[in-house]
Design a protein around this ligand. Structure first.
Ligand code: ASP
Ligand code: MG
Length: 421
């Protein structure tokens, strides 16, 4: 039994939705569960509408355009102007407008209630279209099967409740197949909670894990897992097969092809993950599985929007374990992931995703203990299975602020002002 996941690019317009239907139709047996994200860049658009609402800026025109975008896709997919899909989509937009009226500046909670409409609208259109073309799929609301805690913006899955809900609702084999939203779930009070940006891959992995599926296929606009982002590097090669461990590491360092939380639920059940192109569905893609292989070709991973924070002791003492634990305690409290670190006698430096507004709190909390220095507009470059020649090419003429290497990995933190990216 298979699970398919289609991301935003694979449903960004009417042709893309037709293409999706073609892919689903050509698979026998049909994928049992299809997970679909919001169309195109809908999530960004909804985030932007919401921040206008928060700042009391006019957002109605932007929202109307956003609605027209979806209605236009519907009118291309359904020739009857009175097809029920138009009413279903209008109802969802009405609910979105009502929800925008009630936002309360409980930022993370508001965010999740509003951005989830991208997935709700998209899955309504895709499921209606599949059924219209005689590919029967039942729409299941992901909030009834993915149960999380109330950590808005980055919900943590409650595996016991989720496993039960998935097996109750998607009981396999059933006489129908199911389509559901990626990225969203709900806490046990029924509030919508998102799983983190780009989280639809993770949804597919959760469902596959709970149903013990045979495989998950993620349909992308790239031919598979490449050794670098093709928009940054023009000599990319595609990996044929990657072990779970290697793939998990790549996502950790910032490879954006798969959401970082996707691998684990699949690896523990040895469920293979296939990453394939929706533009060339007959091509093989990349298989991530329980395999052993020789060292892979080097992978170059760019992680933008980093900052380097250095904590320097100001009382003539040294950096020791208790000082480091003060720093880490705070990072844990603010939920900030440390991407690289380096210690010296009097200073401890960490590279983290730009913490924006959290930075002030960090500086305030630690300014009695340390002199704190801060650089932003940085990019962390990781080369897995590096070769010196590649390191030289990538760091040539760059301002490197921090550099580290182990036997297999090379990392450099470079200055990358926004006007250069
Ligand atoms: N639509 C969500 C996002 O753009 C989730 C996803 O695409 O995976 O982050
Ligand atoms: Mg996406």
């Amino acid at each position: 039994m298979k699970v398919f996941k289609f991301g935003g690019a694979s449903v960004r317009d009417a042709n893309a939705v037709r293409n999706l239907a073609g892919i689903v139709r050509s698979h026998h047996p049909a994928p049992f569960v299809i997970v679909v994200s919001a169309m195109g860049k809908s999530t960004n658009e909804l985030e932007s509408i919401l921040s206008r609402k928060w700042s009391d800026t006019h957002f109605q025109d932007q929202l109307n355009k956003f609605e027209e975008y979806h209605l236009h896709i519907c009118s291309e997919l359904f020739s009857e102007t009175n097809h029920p899909v138009f009413e279903k989509v209008s109802k969802l937009f009405q609910a979105l407008r009502d929800s925008l009226k009630t936002v309360s500046k409980h930022f993370e909670k508001d965010h999740d209630q509003i951005v989830s409409f991208g997935e709700l609208i998209s899955t309504t259109i895709v499921q209606t279209y599949l059924n219209h073309t005689r590919v029967a799929y039942k729409l299941v609301d992901a909030r009834e099967i993915i149960i999380t805690d109330s950590n808005y913006g980055e919900g943590r899955v409650r595996w016991d409740l989720t496993t039960k809900a998935i097996n109750d609702k998607l009981n396999y084999p059933a006489d129908t197949c199911f389509l559901t939203q990626g990225f969203i779930g709900a806490d046990d009070s029924g509030n919508t909670v998102t799983l983190g940006r780009e989280g639809s891959d993770y949804t597919a992995a959760i469902i596959a894990h709970c149903l013990e599926a045979d495989s998950v296929t993620i349909w992308k606009d790239v031919p598979g897992v490449l050794n670098a982002d093709p928009s940054r590097w023009n000599e990319t090669t595609k990996y044929e097969v990657i072990s779970y461990g290697e793939a998990a590491e790549m996502t950790y360092y910032g490879a954006s092809v798969i959401h970082p939380k996707t691998i684990r639920p699949l690896a523990v059940k040895k469920i293979p993950l296939i990453v394939k192109s929706f533009q060339n569905p007959e091509k093989k893609g990349t298989r991530i599985a329980d395999v052993q292989h020789e060292a892979l070709e080097p992978a170059v991973i760019f992680k933008p929007n980093q900052c380097l924070i250095s904590f320097q002791v100001c009382d003539f003492s040294f950096i020791n374990e208790s000082k480091i634990s003060l720093i880490f305690h705070l990072f844990e409290e603010f939920n900030i992931q440390v991407n690289m670190m380096q210690s010296s006698a009097i200073s401890f430096s960490v590279c983290v995703d730009n913490p924006d507004d959290k930075m002030k709190n960090i500086i305030n909390s630690l300014s009695a203990e340390f002199d704190i220095f801060y650089n932003d507009q940085l990019e962390l470059i990781t080369i897995k299975n590096y070769r010196q020649e590649l390191v030289d090419r990538i760091t040539r003429n760059q301002e490197v602020l921090l550099e580290q290497r182990t036997r297999r990995n090379f990392q450099a933190l470079i200055y990358k002002p926004t006007w250069e990216s």
